[in-house]
Design a protein around this ligand. Structure first.
Ligand SMILES: [Zn+2]
Length: 81
């Protein structure tokens, strides 16, 4: 597992969720939920990333899995316009 810059966003988001849950359950439960969430999302992203890069190489967008045509993702680049 590699640490990426977007992990900070992920950790911040989970931290907010944990803070929210802490109002209803003891902190050690919400902290555990936060840790499980973090590794769950990390594993999911990693697997998805791997399966995309393994099966198609550079042919697919890593973010959404759509086809890359002429160095542009048909989904991401289109929606940015
Ligand atoms: Zn894309």
């Amino acid at each position: 597992m590699k640490f990426e810059r977007r992990d900070i966003v992920l950790i911040l988001g989970i931290f907010l969720v944990v803070l929210g849950i802490t109002q209803y359950v003891p902190f050690h439960y919400s902290a555990l939920i936060g840790i499980l969430l973090y590794f769950g999302i990390k594993l999911y992203v990693e697997k998805r990333h791997q399966s995309i890069t393994n099966s198609i190489g550079d042919g697919l967008c890593i973010d959404c899995g759509s086809r890359i045509i002429a160095n542009k993702c048909s989904k991401c680049d289109y929606s940015q316009e």
